[in-house]
Unconditional design. Structure first.
Length: 151
């Protein structure tokens, strides 16, 4: 996601605060924005080593730098759920932009069989159960274009 897209999301949310795209609570909103920015700009080892491919199911050896990214993401999910997740299945209870930012990670974790525990499993399943994500995954499975490097 480019800086421009992130600015558009931020601007749109400011204009439509009633849409509930960010948590209403200011502390939760600050954390949601922070972890969304971290997702936007970070986890390059994960992105480079475990490319997104919804159609695939494979196991890969996880290098140390990718394991560190995975550990950080799991920590983010646990922390947000424990601190702000009461009242819903998502990081901040109700679905927010932060959940949209981590949806591609949920698909990567499924593709590569990344082990999750407890609250992480429940959260990943909540994201996977979203009708929009399922529609996206179904469309990806039907896609005829294939990039061999990612197969």
């Amino acid at each position: 996601m480019t800086r421009t897209i992130r600015r558009i999301i931020f601007f749109t949310c400011c204009l439509t605060a009633s849409a509930g795209l960010w948590p209403a609570d200011s502390a939760a909103r600050a954390v949601a924005r922070s972890i969304s920015a971290e997702m936007h700009s970070g986890f390059t080892a994960l992105r480079n080593t475990l490319p997104m491919n919804i159609r695939a199911e494979r196991r890969k050896e996880i290098p140390e730098d990718v394991a560190a990214d995975i550990a950080r993401i799991r920590e983010i999910w646990r922390d947000a759920r424990q601190r702000f997740g009461e009242g819903g299945r998502f990081l901040f209870g109700a679905f927010t932009i932060a959940d949209a930012m981590y949806a591609p990670v949920v698909t990567r974790f499924r593709t590569y069989g990344v082990t999750l525990e407890g609250e992480e499993v429940a959260y990943a399943q909540a994201v996977w159960d979203l009708p929009a994500l399922r529609e996206w995954a179904d469309a990806a499975r039907k896609e005829e274009w294939v990039i061999q490097a990612y197969e």
